[in-house]
Design a protein around this ligand. Structure first.
Ligand code: BMA
Length: 337
């Protein structure tokens, strides 16, 4: 494993909102951690779909070995995408739902996107026989869903492009080839589909060894944004250090998660036009480095382009709360010559 820089900072064009925009005590039902949220603009408001791990707290976790009782995926809506979140009264999906398929253990890390007039949610699905990446179609009121496609294990971190490209649906994804690549040497791939159900013509997009600030694995984060130069695309990057020790609730947490930036070809998004060689967003504030369940983790699942050129990036901080960073789209593109 190659060494990476001990201290990593976000690029100065990234403006982080000082306080998290959602914390566990905001939810109307039990919540230990709220994080990794996708966001879209839908029917005149912002809709956030977030992950909630519930059923323990730091003291019970550390002193009584009390683990999380479950994971749910919930929905909240806001007029401005920043505050005033109104929560749907019950989660959209819950790992303790008695009616769920017993093969499926839980769904998590939701990335929501609208394509034409339909809403879709990409999710990671833990099953008794491995982790599968799946796509669900959401009802118009966001109160129900139907899984329309699930990969074979091991795959997750799927994101859909917001429109068809060359007449096909396109997704980024992150298979986990442990057998042939060694532990956690994971890369970003792209697949295409005529109908969102059958996926194929898969191609490697970006490999972990192409990212200087990753020594472990990389993966997709949020649906890419179309710009005049191509698809503006975030990815997450992980570096592992064996002696990071205890930094969070667990006895040891060895990884750091940052976010990188790349530009993909507008017509053939399997082709990388440019990669920014440093992290765009790094865990560099106390809420990201010194507090929370898994410290030194920032994990974006949502990115939106506003009419005035502001890009909103929604990310989970320390697997504990939801934070918001913004940047000007032209400043981001300037990093990708
Ligand atoms: C990944 C996913 C994310 C999580 C991250 C850091 O493997 O499980 O949900 O944010 O690890 O713990």
């Amino acid at each position: 494993m190659s060494a990476v820089t001990p201290v990593l900072l976000s690029h100065p064009c990234i403006k982080k909102r000082e306080a998290p925009i959602m914390v566990p005590s905001d939810l109307p039902y039990p919540c230990s951690l709220v994080f990794n949220a996708g966001v879209i603009k839908y029917r005149g408001e912002y809709v956030m779909i977030f992950r909630n791990d519930y059923g323990t707290n730091r003291a019970a976790y550390e002193n009584e070995n009390k683990r999380f009782a479950g994971t749910s995926v919930g929905v909240a809506r806001s007029k401005n995408g920043v505050d005033g979140w109104r929560f749907d009264p019950v989660p959209l999906m819950d790992s303790n739902d008695p009616d769920k398929d017993p093969e499926m253990k839980r769904l998590y890390d939701p990335r929501v996107i609208q394509i034409e007039d339909k809403l879709y949610l990409c999710l990671a699905m833990d099953t008794r026989h491995g982790i599968r990446g799946c796509i669900a179609e959401l009802s118009e009121d966001l109160r129900s869903y139907q899984i329309i496609s699930a990969s074979v294990p091991e795959n997750r971190n799927m994101v859909l492009f917001p429109e068809k490209i060359g007449g096909e649906y396109v997704r980024l994804e992150r298979p986990m080839p442990v057998y042939s690549r060694g532990r956690d040497r994971f890369d970003i791939w792209l697949s295409r589909s005529p109908d969102l159900v059958y996926w194929g013509r898969s191609e490697l997009v970006l490999a972990v060894e192409d990212v200087p600030f990753a020594n472990d694995k990389i993966g997709p984060t949020a649906s890419p944004i179309r710009t005049e130069r191509g698809w503006l695309t975030l990815f997450h990057a992980v570096d592992r250090e064996e002696d990071r020790g205890k930094n969070g609730w667990e006895k040891t947490w060895k990884k750091r998660y940052t976010a990188g930036l790349m530009l993909l070809d507008p017509e053939n998004p399997a082709k990388v036009l440019s990669v920014y060689k440093e992290p765009l967003i790094a865990p560099d504030r106390p809420v990201e480095t010194d507090e929370g369940f898994r410290q030194n983790v920032i994990f974006p699942c949502g990115m939106l382009l506003e009419d005035d050129g502001e890009v909103k990036i929604y990310y989970g901080a320390s697997d504990t709360c939801v934070c918001l960073a913004t940047a000007d789209v032209n400043d981001l593109l300037a990093l990708l010559p």
